[in-house]
Design a protein around this ligand. Structure first.
Ligand SMILES: NC(=O)c1ccc[n+]([C@@H]2O[C@H](COP(=O)([O-])OP(=O)(O)OC[C@H]3O[C@@H](n4cnc5c(N)ncnc54)[C@H](OP(=O)(O)O)[C@@H]3O)[C@@H](O)[C@H]2O)c1
Length: 184
């Protein structure tokens, strides 16, 4: 089975996904970045995220997803959503969970939060890291465990990924994305 694992996140200057109360501030919801994410998620075979990290986009109901939780031993149905399963990564490998949703190949889009992003650090083939300049969220939820002591870029580097060129997504806010790829 060939699953390609891709992460997506937008972070503040200090590497945060959300503020100190665990809420993603509106300043991190930028149309151009949301479009970038939505286009990629429409191409993904499956999404993986924790219960507070649903992307909440117009096409969301059509996307197949695994919702990471320790509340099940391995895998369980989500009531009223045939496209979603509750999944405990400690109880079942990703490949087996994907098969339960009829997925045997393609891209797995990882949408966070902190611990779910961290879980996949050894496995990312690609990580799409967007940055919002001029915003700091002290005491907030970091993109990876170990941030902000280590920057998100240092973390990706330690795990064997290397950056491509930075691409400006939105001139008004300065939001950019850098695509990090695993080196062979
Ligand atoms: N800026 C961005 O790009 C971005 C991206 C993602 C999220 N966010 C924001 O960041 C915040 C994230 O919220 P959150 O920290 O509560 O994260 P979350 O990952 O959405 O939810 C946390 C839950 O995920 C489950 N989980 C985490 N690690 C697990 C593991 N190793 N095995 C099994 N289950 C696991 C647990 O569920 P159970 O308690 O059910 O066991 C845990 O309580 C939200 O405000 C969200 O909007 C922002």
């Amino acid at each position: 089975m060939a699953l390609r694992v891709e992460g997506f996140a937008i972070v503040s200057d200090d590497g945060m996904l959300a503020d100190a109360s665990g809420v993603m501030p509106r300043d991190l919801l930028v149309d151009a970045d949301q479009r970038y994410l939505s286009d990629a998620l429409d191409r993904a075979a499956i999404l993986v995220h924790g219960r507070n990290s649903h992307e909440g986009q117009p096409h969301s109901r059509q996307r197949r997803r695994l919702i990471a939780t320790r509340s099940v031993a391995a895998i369980a149905q989500v009531p009223d959503d045939p496209n979603a399963l509750l999944w405990n990564p400690a109880g079942m490998p990703l490949e087996d969970a994907a098969v339960r949703l009829g997925v045997h190949e393609g891209s797995v889009a990882v949408l966070g939060g902190t611990d779910v992003y961290g879980l996949f650090l050894p496995r990312y083939d690609v990580f799409h890291l967007s940055r919002m300049p001029g915003l700091r969220l002290p005491g907030g939820r970091p993109v990876f465990p170990g941030v902000p002591e280590q920057t998100p870029e240092e973390t990706l580097s330690v795990y064997g990924l290397r950056p491509g060129p930075q691409r400006l997504l939105d001139a008004a806010t300065g939001v950019s994305v850098t695509v990090w790829r695993r080196c062979e």
